[in-house]
Every structure is written in structure tokens, then in C-alpha cells.
Write a protein that binds this ligand. Structure first.
Ligand SMILES: [Zn+2]
Length: 102
């Protein structure tokens, strides 16, 4: 009796899982055929879909604006440091060559 109960329980669970999976795949299909599939891009911070004309690619969320600003500032700083590093490396080299030429 208890074994039959177990089997029945397992079967029910499997059916429930199948139903769930079917619902998920149906949802996916709906999303594919729906409005959300027209051309768009995603917010670079929270990756929600936004209008393709949004430039820079961030949504209207204030957190994303702040985050984006911080990111941009850090990127600029990194670029500056890269060029500064190259300059620091090149200046003595150029001076050495200039000294060798004269
Ligand atoms: Zn966002």
C-alpha cells in the first residue's frame, strides 16, 4: 500500500513538473512572438530592455545613471593612466635618443 502510494506520489510530481515545464516553454514562445522582440537594446547596468535610441545605453533608473557616471569616470581615469604610463616610459627613451644624436 505504502509503495503504491509512493509511486502515485512520484507520478503526480512528475506530471506537475511536466506541466510547469510546458508553461515555461509556452511563456518563452509567447515572448519570442510578442512585442518584446522588436529591435531594442539593453541597459548596460541592469540589462533591462530599453529603446534603441537611448544614448548612452542606460535606462531611466537613477541608480543606473549614477553607476554609469562612476563607470565612465573610472574608464577615463584608466585611459589617462595608460597614456601617462606610456609617456613615462617613452620620455626617457626619447631623451636618450636626442642625447645620442647631438
Ligand atoms: Zn538600468
Amino acid at each position: 500500500m505504502s509503495r503504491a502510494d509512493k509511486i502515485a506520489k512520484m507520478a503526480t510530481r512528475t506530471a506537475g513538473q511536466a506541466k510547469e515545464a510546458a508553461t515555461i516553454s509556452k511563456k518563452r514562445t509567447r515572448a519570442k512572438n510578442g512585442v518584446s522582440f522588436e529591435s531594442h537594446k539593453h541597459c548596460v547596468i541592469c540589462s533591462i530592455p530599453i529603446a534603441i535610441s537611448n544614448e548612452p545605453a542606460i535606462c531611466d533608473n537613477n541608480d543606473c545613471h549614477v553607476n554609469q557616471k562612476r563607470k565612465e569616470a573610472s574608464r577615463k581615469k584608466l585611459t589617462f593612466m595608460l597614456y601617462a604610463g606610456v609617456a613615462i616610459f617613452l620620455v626617457p627613451l626619447i631623451l636618450t635618443f636626442a642625447g645620442a644624436l647631438s
